[in-house]
Design a protein around this ligand. Structure first.
Ligand code: DGL
Length: 274
């Protein structure tokens, strides 16, 4: 009989906690392992090869811990590593292991989110330069106009616990203004980086009220639930103890302090070397 295992959730740092929180809200029965590569974040400015290698190391570590399924709760890793891992690495591993990302589920919901088909994507430099959103949305809603804007200062603001500081206002308005100058008809802005919901109050203030600001957590959680309904063989392999372990490549005390800002529970964190 196959051993059951937790769902692995990976991000470059804290951002994936915004996804994990929604997944656990929707499916509290499963067991989870969260891995944040905080020591090497941010990923957003790193090259394709580096993001791929770092992500593969994390995914392999989660598989070695017994996770049959890993969610890349990081747009940059989903944009730069997911396809390679799915096509080149998974076939060489134990059969039945799966890795899913956050870009496809978001693209699948895009038609429901926008009325006029003008979408704004705020993301890291890596996600923007990969053009992954443009490509995924073009497959599903080719009539849509997609405008992307890199926000390179936002992840450092979050990782350094400056998301609520007055200093963050300048950089939040800067990138919001830049995307609206490129397309003033945008009616929906997607926060296409898992760190950005932590800046949500400031982003919401900077974006005109007529424009919807979309966070990915609920979308990814619903999509995972749907995936598990369609894949009972994976569901069968998942542990259902309702617990969650947290791992960081950084100092666990540092992680605990910041993680408590956006999780409603006290977390028990261990260090991991990748
Ligand atoms: N949280 C990641 C994302 O969704 C990237 C943050 C980083 O630059 O490391 O894109």
């Amino acid at each position: 009989m196959q051993l059951k295992g937790p769902i692995g959730v990976f991000d470059s740092g804290y951002g994936g906690l915004t996804i994990l929180k929604e997944i656990r809200k929707l499916m509290p029965e499963y067991s989870y392992v969260y891995l944040g590569d905080n020591a090497r974040a941010p990923y957003g400015t790193r090259s394709f090869d580096v993001v791929y290698n770092f992500t593969l190391q994390a995914v392999t570590a989660l598989f070695d811990m017994g996770c049959p399924l890993v969610i890349l709760a990081c747009n940059t890793a989903s944009a730069k590593a997911l396809r390679n891992i799915q096509q080149h690495d998974l076939p060489k591993m134990q059969p039945g292991l799966r890795v899913l990302g956050v870009i496809r589920p978001t693209a699948e919901n895009i038609e429901r989110l926008s009325v006029n088909g003008h979408i704004g994507i705020l993301a890291t430099e890596g996600t923007v330069s990969s053009r992954s959103y443009e490509m995924e949305i073009a497959k599903l809603a080719p009539q849509f106009t997609v405008t992307s804007q890199a926000c390179p200062m936002w992840v450092p603001l979050v990782e350094n616990n400056e998301a609520a500081s007055p200093g963050a206002d300048y950089f939040v308005s800067k990138y919001v203004n830049e995307i609206l100058e490129k397309d003033s008809d945008i009616d929906t802005i997607v926060l296409a980086c898992t760190h950005y919901p932590i800046l949500f109050p400031k982003i919401r203030q900077a974006v005109p009220q007529r424009i919807k600001v979309v966070r990915q957590g609920e979308i990814v959680a619903e999509s995972l639930k749907d995936y598990l309904c369609r894949h009972p063989e994976m569901k069968e392999r998942l542990l259902t103890n309702g617990d969650c372990r947290y791992l960081t490549t950084e100092n666990p005390e540092k992680f605990t302090g910041l993680a408590s800002l956006f999780l409603d529970e006290k977390v028990d964190v261990s260090h991991i070397d990748l």
